[in-house]
Design a binder for this molecule. Structure first.
Ligand SMILES: Cc1cc2nc3c(=O)[nH]c(=O)nc-3n(C[C@H](O)[C@H](O)[C@H](O)COP(=O)(O)OP(=O)(O)OC[C@H]3O[C@@H](n4cnc5c(N)ncnc54)[C@H](O)[C@@H]3O)c2cc1C
Length: 451
């Protein structure tokens, strides 16, 4: 079998890339080591992810993807695909849970983002791939050889392709050397899926919350780490402790539940539906992201940390940048692939500072609430630019002034000789050019309604 494009890995990234390739007139093949439905992590969507997905649906005439961009439309169109509502980003500080930050990311409970129940979402997308007549092979552990193009083979399977996309989410089938020495974020995760987790709002909801506080990516923030809690409509909750490897090298699920009584209360009746997964340090970064005839999706090339749910948006924006390059003549294509690599590295560098800076503020919630606004100003500014039809970059990373601003504040936040309140006071002024919605406004008291 001869194909224009072989895509390795059928998470949402690989399947969407395959659907686009077909619409571009290519002959793609999608190859999966496992099979669907299967568990996958990476569930909380964001406005940036939804905008990218809507743009992909529109640009490549893939209307069946459009309903996945809005929770209400998703439920109406595909009621059999499990998901959950995500109105915004909720941060609760422990042990003093009166310290809260809520940032609405959507106007209402219909036009909002979703928690993707990945077993269903990814299986749906693979079905779309099959329906589109794209060659799809699962349970294939493929061997890759480059000889005048790519030769892919396994026991009962072989095919050739001119170009290869690694969409394996980090399995690294090309064997590209990895190097995380330049990454500052240093965290590990203890996670699972649960039944019986009490929605936070039932325990600690407040009238001033701009949306039901648990219809969100709920972040419990504490010294040396944080926990994400994401609810699906089927009664399953995805939750995980994400821990600074230096500050909390030995904590377990049990020790954290003993230490954090309000989280313990929320999980009092919880039962995990699969064994707890305990990772070592989760950061990874490939030293190369693209060559003349291959490329990795951002999620295959690197992973930082789930804080602020940036992963899926990054993957989708990478797909938006990568796929048009594949229709260019070889010489231009090679140059554009180098650019794709440089841009992806640059985005990771920015994200690393935005995330690691937050880790440095976990003990001081006032400072955390200010520093997190660097992420929100970049994300919100980009979303608005895109909605206005302007070409812009992931998290505003193409804006040099924005990146310099982040770099400057990050350098201050990691400098132990600088007083926290002097940093916090400067953030409102620093983000002003990109702050279109009143972030850091003290009168809002950390309750940001959708603007
Ligand atoms: C703990 C944790 C929490 C996260 N939370 C969030 C979040 O809330 N929001 C968010 O946006 N992002 C989150 N992420 C990031 C998110 O997981 C990724 O961005 C996302 O899964 C990428 O999707 P993908 O389709 O590229 O890869 P994956 O979902 O990893 O899919 C890769 C596929 O490739 C297959 N595969 C692997 N090796 C091979 C091989 N050799 N041959 C063929 N197939 C292969 C696998 O079986 C799998 O089906 C989180 C990550 C972690 C670790």
């Amino acid at each position: 079998m001869q194909h224009d494009l072989a895509i390795i890995g059928s998470g949402f990234g690989g399947s969407i890339a395959a659907l686009i390739a077909k619409q571009m007139g290519m002959k793609p093949v999608l190859i999966e080591k496992g099979s669907h439905p299967r568990f996958a992590i990476g569930e909380s969507s964001t406005p940036q992810a939804s905008i990218s997905l809507a743009n992909i649906a529109d640009t490549y005439n893939l209307p069946r993807l459009e309903p996945l961009t809005r929770y209400g439309l998703w439920k109406e169109t595909y009621p059999e695909l499990n998901c959950g509502p995500k109105r915004g980003f909720t941060y609760i500080h422990h042990p003093n849970i009166e310290h809260e930050l809520l940032v609405a990311a959507s106007p209402d409970g219909y036009d909002c983002d979703s928690q993707w129940y990945r077993a269903d979402t990814d299986a749906f997308l693979v079905d779309e791939v099959k329906q589109a007549g794209i060659d799809y092979f699962d349970n294939v552990d493929v061997k890759l050889e480059e000889r005048e193009g790519w030769h892919l083979s396994s026991e009962n399977f072989s095919c050739s392709a001119n170009f290869l996309i690694d969409a394996t989410g980090g399995a690294n089938p090309l064997g590209i050397p990895q190097d995380i020495s330049m990454l500052q974020t240093n965290s590990r995760v203890i996670y699972s899926h649960f039944e019986g987790v009490t929605p936070w709002g039932e325990l600690h909801g407040k009238p001033q919350h701009p949306y039901p506080c648990h219809d969100a990516a709920l972040h419990h923030v504490f010294s040396g780490g944080w926990m994400y809690v994401l609810h699906f409509d089927n009664g399953i909750t995805s939750a995980g402790f994400v821990l600074d490897c230096n500050a909390r090298p030995n904590d377990t699920w049990e020790t954290l539940m003993d230490e954090l009584p309000y989280i313990n209360e929320q999980f009092k009746n919880a039962k995990s539906t699969m064994p707890l997964v305990t990772t070592s340090r989760v950061q990874r970064r490939s030293t190369e992201i693209a060559g003349d005839n291959w490329a990795m999706l951002p999620s295959a090339a690197a992973f930082l940390d789930p804080l602020h749910s940036a992963g899926n948006a990054h993957t989708l924006s990478g797909i938006e940048r990568l796929m048009p390059i594949l229709s260019e003549p070889p010489k231009q294509r090679a140059n554009l692939l180098r650019q794709y690599e440089r841009t992806t590295f640059h985005e990771l560098e920015l994200l690393d500072k935005l995330i690691h800076g937050c880790y440095k503020c976990f003990e001081d919630f006032d400072l955390f609430s200010q520093f997190a606004m660097l992420y929100f100003s970049g994300a919100d500014f980009t979303e608005r630019q895109r909605r206005a039809g302007k070409n812009t970059s992931f998290l505003n990373s193409g804006d040099t002034a924005f990146c310099e601003m982040v770099e400057g504040l990050y350098a201050r936040v990691i400098d132990p000789t600088i007083l926290a309140n002097t940093i916090g006071m400067g953030i409102r002024g620093a983000i002003e050019p990109w702050n279109l919605v009143g972030l850091c406004d003290p009168t809002k008291q950390n309750m940001y309604d959708y603007a």
